[in-house]
Design a binder for this molecule. Structure first.
Ligand SMILES: [Zn+2]
Length: 310
């Protein structure tokens, strides 16, 4: 049995892949646990399907030059565009991380979009006066539709992170360069549409999974070396784990998992088939608010939640 060998930060435990997969399956719908850098138990669930990604379009590289003409304060560290750096714009500005554990905070995150459900999610967030984070891909809609949705996410005060363009596991995890090439596509699409330089990343399937264990350590080093911050998740309601859950189940399981924790980064999906997730949001937001939780978007200063496996 092959052992996951990604080690970083304070990870000290050793877990075999079979155990990880088994526990992920057992916890698929009950608030998947993950181990934080500071302690609690954790395993990386395989919470996402690549079926849609496999059928996704594969447009030409977005090889524009996001750095040109911006002149804003978010410009990443200057990188000389030379022959040794195929992605000279793919950098972010690192910020010092804070880790305030005294407040009860929920970070709602929506992966895989934008999609035709994005606006419904934004409307719900707006109704409750809360913000969330969207880890976007190029999987759904036309380029024009995605560009409009990126802008709506940002105009409403929510945050965009990157989740690769194709979300095709075989393709993006073929090599570190293949990952960077795909990531550069979505970075560039978002930047050219909005002027926003994303600095947060979520790896499809999580930072450590059976899809990327062969290169995950190198990938993490590369991404962090470029200034990006990556976020895994502490709670998954299981809305993309192969079975269609009802809105009430999604809400109940999410509240149950979050209520055991001071802070949670919660994984949802924003795809055309996630109507039940959209329906689940009001009740889970109201329930967690009644328990004293605040809802916030992630930003580069938030200490990231990482899967840690040795
Ligand atoms: Zn995903």
């Amino acid at each position: 049995m092959k052992k996951i060998t990604c080690t970083f930060r304070s990870g000290i435990l050793s877990l075999v892949l079979a155990a990880a997969m088994l526990l992920a399956a057992l916890t698929a719908c009950s608030g998947t646990t993950a181990r934080e850098a500071n302690g609690s138990v954790s395993l990386p669930p395989e919470a996402e399907s690549s079926a849609a990604a496999d059928a996704s379009p594969d447009p030409a590289d977005g090889s524009g030059d996001p750095a040109e003409g911006s002149g804003d304060q978010s410009v990443p560290p200057a990188v000389e565009a030379d022959s040794d750096e195929p992605y000279p714009n793919l950098y972010a500005r690192q910020e010092e991380k804070t880790d305030d554990n005294t407040q009860k905070i929920i970070y709602l995150t929506f992966d895989d979009g934008p999609s035709e459900n994005t606006e419904k999610i934004l409307d719900t967030l707006d109704r409750y006066g809360i913000k969330a984070t969207f880890f976007v891909t190029g999987q759904y809609g036309t380029k024009e539709e995605r560009e409009t949705r990126y802008q709506k996410i940002l105009d409403s005060g929510n945050v965009i992170g990157l989740h690769t363009y194709s979300h095709n596991y075989d393709k993006i995890y073929a090599s570190t360069d293949a990952f960077l090439k795909d990531l550069n596509k979505i970075y560039t699409e978002v930047y050219e549409a909005t002027g926003f330089r994303a600095s947060l990343i979520r790896f499809p399937g999580g930072s450590v999974s059976q899809h990327n264990q062969h290169i995950c350590k190198e990938l993490i080093q590369e991404i962090e070396g470029r200034g990006f911050t990556y976020h895994d998740w502490a709670v998954s309601c299981g809305d993309a784990e192969g079975k269609q859950l009802s809105a009430s189940t999604i809400a109940e399981e999410t509240v149950k998992a979050c209520a055991d924790r001071t802070k949670s980064v919660v994984l949802f999906h924003d795809t055309p088939s996630q109507g039940e997730t959209v329906k689940a949001l009001p009740s889970l937001i109201e329930s967690l608010m009644s328990k004293g939780y605040e809802f916030r978007a992630l930003d580069p200063s938030v200490k990231p939640f990482h899967f840690v496996i040795e």
